[in-house]
Design a protein around this ligand. Structure first.
Ligand SMILES: Nc1ncnc2c1ncn2[C@@H]1O[C@H](COP(=O)(O)OP(=O)(O)OP(=O)(O)O)[C@@H](O)[C@H]1O
Ligand SMILES: [Mg+2]
Length: 273
């Protein structure tokens, strides 16, 4: 499988102060990496850096982030705009906030697709309605015709998930995509992400506090603490036999986990955490 994303000893700083230190991993086509760790450990920082979304005070200060061999931190804004969306897709931690309040969901969806030279409006609309209905909306067409402020927080989150997935990115960076959603909708979103991987070989980085979702989805897990990687390995290994003391503590905070991995059912996994 082709290598898509490579972090090489990456340090990321805000105003010169490191928030992430010496993190390395490689993501190949179709792989899912789970990133876990306490609040403030640097999870969002780590994935936002790939897309050049650290804000004016943030920068990659050591190492490199490579997408298909191209160094992302050295790209211009224009080059990043071409990659962000169809190549690197982001589901934001608070996806609702990234929508323009005065334009319908549908027109914003279509604009982002058209910017990257994709499909006709009609094909696009059908595809969007279909995806929205697969992630739990009864009437996808109504959602496309809605303004963001007409939707609840959880609905906006799902719209943000659909916006990223519609472009079928090579790498989907998902920052707590399902935390605001109830378990049934969580399950539908997880299934759609897995389908995207199966159909298009999409690689996924999934940031989450929900160890159950990591167990159900991820091939590898990276554990972050205070900006550093304290453990990295295959999901089974990290969850069942963690080596690091912090990872052990993190895993033991999910008491039902071991039993769930024994009788692994999707429903059960998603209830954890
Ligand atoms: N724009 C910013 N300017 C300055 N410091 C920042 C900025 N964004 C994040 N930080 C700092 O970087 C560190 C990591 O933050 P980050 O948002 O990456 O954590 P996180 O692991 O995603 O946390 P959470 O689970 O709460 O979302 C924190 O100390 C935070 O205060
Ligand atoms: Mg975060």
């Amino acid at each position: 499988m082709a290598e898509l994303l490579r972090y090489e000893q990456v340090e990321i700083s805000y105003r010169g102060r490191p928030a992430v230190r010496d993190v390395s991993f490689t993501l190949h086509e179709g792989e899912i990496l789970g990133i876990v760790g306490e609040s403030g450990s640097g999870k969002s920082t780590l994935i936002r850096a790939a897309m050049g979304l650290l804000g004016p005070s943030g920068a990659v200060t050591r190492g490199d982030i490579l997408y298909r061999g191209r160094s992302l931190p050295t790209l211009t804004q224009e080059e990043l705009r071409r990659i962000n969306g169809p190549e690197l897709g982001m589901i934001f931690q608070n996806a609702g906030a990234s929508f323009c309040p005065v334009r319908t969901v549908g027109s914003q969806f279509y604009e982002s697709a058209a910017a990257h030279g994709r499909v006709s409006r009609q094909d696009f609309t059908e595809h969007a309605v279909d995806l929205l209905e697969k992630i739990g909306f009864a009437d996808g067409r109504r959602i496309l015709n809605s303004y963001p402020f007409e939707l609840s927080g959880g609905m906006q989150q799902r719209v943000g998930i659909a916006a990223a997935m519609l472009l079928k990115p090579s790498v989907l960076l998902a920052d707590e995509p399902t935390s605001a959603l109830d378990v049934f909708v969580q399950k539908q979103v997880v299934e759609e992400m897995l389908l995207l991987r199966k159909e298009f070989g999409t690689a996924i980085i999934l940031v989450t506090h929900n160890i159950g979702v990591v167990g159900a989805m991820a091939d590898h897990v990276l554990v972050l603490k205070d900006g550093g990687a304290v453990e990295f390995g295959r999901t089974q290994q990290v969850m069942n036999a963690p080596e690091n003391a912090y990872t052990k503590k993190l895993m033991s905070a999910v008491p039902r986990l071991k039993k769930q991995r024994e009788n692994r059912t999707d429903e059960g996994m998603i209830h954890a955490g």
